[in-house]
Structures are given as C-alpha cells and as structure tokens.
Design a binder for this molecule. Structure first.
Ligand SMILES: *Cc1c(COP(=O)(O)O)cnc(C)c1O
Length: 247
C-alpha cells in the first residue's frame, strides 16, 4: 500500500508545480480519485490518506464499491484518523432509467448532456426531495463518438437547466481527446474554460456555478494551467505502469 501513498504524493507534487506555474492556489483544486480500476484495498488506502471525493463511471460498479466503502467507514467509526463519509461523483454516461439509483448514491453527477436527462434528474430529485448537484458535460473536442452536449448548444442547455426546480447546476465537465498531442489537449481545455466563462456571464447561473471539471491522469497538469478546479484522476494513482496506454 506504500505505492498508493507514493503515487498520491507524486500527483500532489505535480499539482503544486502546475499551480505555481499558473499562479493558482492548490486549495482551489479538488482531486476526485477515480476508483474504476482499483481494488477495494487500494481504495481504502486512498481514504486513509484523507481523500474524500471518489468517482466512478459505471452505475453497477459505483453501487458495489460505494457499499464496501460505507461498510469500511462504518467499521472504523471509532477511529478518529478516518473520515466519516465520502462524496461519490458519477462521471460516466448516464441513462435516464438509471437516474434514481445514481442519485441515491452520489453527491455530484458530471455527465449531464441532454435536456431530457436533466429533466429526469429534476423530476426524480423532486420525488426524492433532494436537489442534485450536476455538471454540464460539453464535448469540447467535437469528436462525434464522444458524449457531451455540442459546443454550440451548451449555453442554451445550461440556461434551460437553471429553470428546473430540483437540479443545481454547479459547473462544467469536459474530456480532452485521446491523444498525446499536448496542443490539441490544451485547445480543448481552453475551449472548456471559455464556455464555462460564457455560461457564467450569460447562462443565468448563480454563484454555485463554479466548478470546471477537466483533467485526467495524462493531462491534469495542462488542465490546471487552463483553469480546472476539479481533476478526475485514476490510473496515475492505481496503476503501476508509468506509461498508461490509451485506446
Ligand atoms: C476513467 C475516467 C477518468 C480517469 O482517467 P485516468 O486516465 O485513469 O486518470 C476521468 N474521467 C472520466 C470520465 C473517466 O471515465
């Protein structure tokens, strides 16, 4: 489990350097630890290290892991060094018929990209008597196979979401393309940042709209330089391999 602590330290060091380059404060960055490839023992170690924001992209796995983590925290309730609870983030594509189940487990949904999904979340929120926190997923790379609202429709969808009762729009999420070309990655994040700012200016959102979720293991340093406030990092923490291969 020492490797987990070492890799967390390395990521934290990289975050600090990127913040310094960008004249930003490390406190303004939240790291979500993406657990989709991790063993439960590794996840427990991350929690012991004090991390409380965890992310999953598939509902089945989310439910299973969230249950095991809850049991772990329950068993350690008397341990003052252990946190009381964690926040789960749904970061993957979400089908409307899964909304109820996801809302019961998560604190944030990062993948809202259609009007109908937003409506379903608001209606379900009303039934459950909650106001779920959501981020608008924007397809900044404009790859046809990617999820996310198209760039040109993002501001309008944000506006529509703000008119709904039981849904709270707290930010924007985007993913860079699967490429090692840093210029392409950077321009995608720049665009994400621009749309984020435009929504702030024109989207009828309030001050709760403040999160810019972008940056994964391969590109989080660039994301910090371009204004990310939330990073979603998995393999840099859980995978031994220094060179993570992307499909
Ligand atoms: C898997 C995943 C991540 C984390 O990716 P890594 O490359 O393992 O850091 C971040 N965001 C989303 C949406 C993911 O599915």
């Amino acid at each position: 489990m020492q490797e987990i602590a070492d890799r967390l330290k390395r990521v934290e060091d990289n975050i600090a350097s990127a913040c310094e380059r960008a004249s930003r404060a490390v406190e303004d960055i939240t790291m979500i630890v993406v657990t989709k490839t991790a063993s439960i023992e590794s996840i427990k170690e991350v929690i012991r290290q004090g991390y409380t924001h965890l992310g999953e992209n598939r509902l089945q796995h989310l439910k299973q892991v969230a249950k095991e983590v809850a049991e772990f925290l329950e068993a350690g309730a008397d341990d003052p060094s252990l946190v009381d609870s964690v926040d789960w983030h749904m970061i993957g594509h979400l089908q409307r018929n899964k909304v109820r189940s996801v809302l019961k487990t998560t604190s944030f949904v990062h993948s809202v990209d259609t009007l109908r999904l937003a409506e379903e979340i608001s209606e379900t929120g009303e039934k459950l008597n909650i106001t779920p926190n959501v981020l608008l997923q924007v397809n900044c790379s404009e790859e046809p196979q990617k999820y996310g609202v198209p760039v040109g429709a993002a501001i309008h969808l944000a506006e529509q979401i703000t008119t709904m009762n039981n849904i709270r729009l707290v930010g924007l999420m985007t993913m860079a393309p699967l490429t090692l070309n840093k210029d392409i990655v950077r321009s995608c994040f720049v665009r994400g940042r621009e749309i984020f700012e435009e929504i702030k200016d024109e989207g009828h959102v309030d001050k709760e709209f403040k999160h810019l979720s972008m940056g994964m293991s391969q590109d989080y340093k660039i994301a910090i330089e371009e204004g990310a406030t939330i990073l979603r990092i998995g393999s840099a923490i859980f995978t031994d391999n220094k060179i993570t291969r992307r499909i």
